[in-house]
Ligand binder design. Structure first.
Ligand code: AMP
Length: 277
């Protein structure tokens, strides 16, 4: 496993990889969700590259950049047995040297949901992912359904900017009680950890209503809100039932749709979603 930091080291290491390369971009503090993407890349591609970079430009001023969990040694131990060829762990100065001034921005798709709650977030995401794509030159890139809007926004960027990269979106990995795995789950106090299952319960309530024939998006949103309201530790930021591709809120559920929500549990902000086919 080659572990590199600088762009020069990355280029040298990249040239040693013949055949298809699958890139898994991460912010580290890896869990089973990340590992599932890496395993999928391992199955699909001749070589696997993993980037580990806590990207400062996707964090808002009042967000958790400084306390975002980091543990490179632990991450390397987790991925080593999977058979990763290349790990790129750049510093913020390597990605954004003094005088940096170029940004990639996707428009309409970044306006609702996460984009509304976290202004500037997706501009940071698309910029760093474009830089990762250009530097690593993968044939395929792997993302999690957990961050549904992020996957949609990056898909749009890939299409709009003609990146010759196939995007693969992998299912959300969950704890046995349904909580979606996330590096941020580490922040949850003991009582909050129990309360955090309310996201899964709210989505499950709406999904089973849908499976029982409910097609009113407003009724599905209300079901999710009511479930969240029953958990005193939960403070919802948004609850959505939207078109899967455009992320526009629906009146009537028709075609592929996305149930999604963002909830503060104590001081920890969690997101989750289910797809309705
Ligand atoms: P992050 O390190 O949080 O930026 O996540 C890196 C990648 O892992 C993103 O594509 C995420 O969508 C994906 N990911 C995060 N959590 C999960 C999960 N529970 N299941 C599947 N993929 C995930």
């Amino acid at each position: 496993m080659m572990i590199v930091n600088s762009l020069d080291e990355l280029q040298t290491a990249r040239h040693l990889l013949d055949g298809t390369v699958g890139l898994v971009p991460t912010m580290g503090y890896l869990h089973e969700g990340h590992l599932s993407l890496i395993r999928r890349a391992r199955e699909d591609c001749d070589h696997v590259a993993v980037s580990i970079f806590v990207n400062p430009t996707q964090f808002g001023a009042n967000e958790d950049l400084s306390k975002y969990p980091r543990d490179l040694e632990r991450d390397l131990n987790l991925i080593d047995p999977i058979g990763v060829d290349l790990v790129w762990n750049p510093t913020p100065e390597i990605m954004y040297p003094p005088g940096y001034q170029t940004w990639v921005e996707v428009e309409t798709l970044t306006h609702p949901l996460e984009g509304r709650m976290r202004p500037g977030h997706f501009k940071g995401v698309t910029t760093v992912v474009a830089k990762l794509f250009n530097a690593v030159q993968p044939q395929r890139a792997y993302f999690g359904q957990k961050d549904a809007q992020q996957a949609a926004v990056i898909r749009q960027m890939v299409r709009d900017l003609n990146f010759p990269i196939e995007m693969i979106v992998c299912p959300t990995m969950r704890e046995p009680d349904g909580l979606a795995m996330s590096s941020r789950n580490k922040y949850l106090e003991v009582e909050d950890r129990q309360a955090a299952t309310v996201l899964f319960h709210a989505l499950s309530a709406a999904k089973s209503a849908y499976e029982n024939g409910e097609r009113s998006a407003e009724k599905l949103r209300t079901l999710m809100k009511d479930t969240l309201a029953a958990e005193p530790r939960a403070n919802p930021q948004y609850v959505s039932c939207a078109n899967y591709d455009t992320l526009e809120e629906l009146d009537v559920v028709k075609g592929k749709s996305l149930l999604s929500l963002a909830v503060l549990i104590g001081r920890t902000r969690l997101i989750d979603n289910f797809v309705l086919e």
